[in-house]
Design a protein around this ligand. Structure first.
Ligand SMILES: [Zn+2]
Length: 243
């Protein structure tokens, strides 16, 4: 499966899965960049997948529905207009011949879900896990978000992380202020270079995230290592909010 990004707003990524001349898009916050791509590359829109209700992930949905041939799959949340199939934990959906399992990931919002394809180890995780960081808590509790991220952490090393925003550089700035690691410093330098050329830093992999993303609790600052997992996660989230 070919996956490419459609940049939207200042730092959102609308992801597109392409098979032949058809695409399925994930989290179209804006319809315009998607419609431009459809026209430019002569593609047809099949389905839409939604991870959570925030406007920058759903804003283009209703307009795009006029151009699509398939369905809109999203969380069980009546406040999202236009969802055809509401999904819960372990539901399986098929789009363009590929199966995705639903992982409920509450925390950033209560309705948040992620889409995982086992065959290609692709994860669309919206605003739950970012490269070198995680989503802010808007609706859930620290324990909920911690639990959601640990669910993602059960997936294999090779899992490719397709998240909703280009936040890698600012996340790494926080991480290098907390953890002294040559690997993280190298990653920061690479990221700085990519961003200075306006290049995308995604997808990441779980293998890399386990070394650079403290929110997975695999690599954490020395001074909070001895805390219980839940407390360590909460402390990290608070530190990041105040950074
Ligand atoms: Zn969000």
């Amino acid at each position: 499966m070919n996956i490419f990004d459609i940049p939207a707003f200042t730092d959102n990524y609308i992801w597109a899965i392409q098979i032949d001349d058809s695409i399925t898009v994930i989290d179209p916050g804006d319809s315009n960049p998607v419609l431009d791509i459809l026209e430019e590359k002569k593609l047809k829109l099949k389905d839409i997948l939604i991870t959570h209700h925030h406007y920058d992930h759903t804003g283009g949905l209703l307009e795009l529905k006029k151009y699509m041939s398939g369905k809109v799959y999203g969380p069980k949340n009546e406040n999202i207009d236009g969802i055809d199939t509401a999904l819960v934990e372990d539901d399986l959906i098929k789009t363009l011949g590929h199966e995705f399992r639903i992982i409920e990931t509450p925390g950033h919002t209560l309705d948040h879900i992620a889409f995982y394809n086992k065959q290609t180890k692709v994860l669309f995780c919206g605003d739950t896990l970012f490269s070198a960081g995680c989503g802010r808590l808007f609706e859930g509790t620290y324990d909920q978000l911690h639990g959601s991220i640990q669910k993602i952490n059960q997936l294999p090393d090779e899992t490719k992380i397709y998240c909703g925003h280009e936040y890698t550089l600012s996340n790494l700035e926080f991480v290098i202020s907390q953890i002294n690691s040559e690997f993280i410093k190298k990653k920061y330098t690479e990221t700085l270079k990519k961003r200075s050329m306006n290049q995308i830093t995604l997808p990441s992999t779980l293998k890399i995230e386990r070394k650079i993303n403290p929110f997975l609790l695999e690599t954490v600052p020395d001074d909070i290592k001895s805390l219980k997992d839940e407390d360590c996660f909460k402390e990290l989230r608070i530190r990041k909010d105040n950074f």
